[in-house]
Structures are given as structure tokens and as C-alpha cells.
Design a binder for this molecule. Structure first.
Ligand SMILES: [Zn+2]
Length: 131
């Protein structure tokens, strides 16, 4: 085991929140170059790095995991929405999307089939649409 590995042993290390802190730190450092006041510039630029280092070197796994879980609980719904939009865009050539008028379930049907009757798989309501 080399020195760094020995030093990092028992420390929390990296997680998703730390990765975001790293990127925020890089962006803030660049932005701090435009702040005239040296002390405020330093604070703005290095605050995320300070928090990142504190989290990385922490031995309190339970609290750090809890912070990361809380962070992910905010990020996952946003990621899910973007993934859904991306898939919808990718499939827009072959599929058309409808919303069930009863339960608002999103439904995907093949394109170019003319007037069709759609049955919602969730609430079994029928409705007509042009695909
Ligand atoms: Zn429905």
C-alpha cells in the first residue's frame, strides 16, 4: 500500500455530491477571477473545494451517505425527466405519444397506422386517435 492509499484508508472518498462539488468549485474558481475583492474572490472560489475536501476526508460515513442520498433524491427526478425526453425525441420517427384522458398515463403507439382506437393499459379506457 502506498502512502496515498494509506492516507485515504478509512476516509469517505468520492461520491456523486463530491463530483458535483468539484465541478462547482472549478466553475466558481473561474468566476472568482472576475471579482476584484481578493478575500471574497478567494472565498467564492475555494469554498466548494473546502467542502469537497471536508467530505472526502471525513470518517463519518453515515452522515456523508445521508447527505449524498438527500442530494440524489433531488437530482434523480430531474435526470429521469431528461432521459424520458431524450427517449421520446429518439423514438419520434417511429412512435407517436398520447396521454390517457382518464388517468394521464403516457402511451406510445406506432406511427403511420391511421385512425386507431387506443386502450389504456392502466385504466382500460378506450379513445380514438390518429397515429
Ligand atoms: Zn388510463
Amino acid at each position: 500500500m502506498n502512502r496515498f492509499q494509506k492516507f485515504m484508508y478509512n476516509k469517505y472518498g468520492m461520491d456523486e455530491l463530491n463530483l458535483v462539488l468539484l465541478w462547482i468549485g472549478i466553475v466558481m474558481c473561474i468566476l472568482s477571477l472576475f471579482i476584484d475583492n481578493a478575500i471574497i474572490g478567494l472565498l467564492v472560489g475555494y469554498l466548494p473545494f473546502g467542502f469537497l475536501l471536508f467530505r472526502m476526508l471525513s470518517k463519518n460515513y453515515a452522515v456523508r451517505r445521508k447527505e449524498n442520498d438527500k442530494f440524489l433524491s433531488y437530482v434523480y427526478p430531474i435526470r429521469k425527466k431528461f432521459r424520458k425526453l431524450k427517449n421520446r425525441f429518439k423514438n419520434s420517427k417511429n412512435y407517436k405519444y398520447f396521454k390517457c384522458p382518464n388517468c394521464k398515463q403516457e402511451l406510445r403507439v406506432p406511427k403511420g397506422k391511421g385512425n386507431i382506437e387506443i386502450t389504456c393499459p392502466r385504466c382500460k379506457v378506450h379513445f380514438d386517435a390518429k397515429s
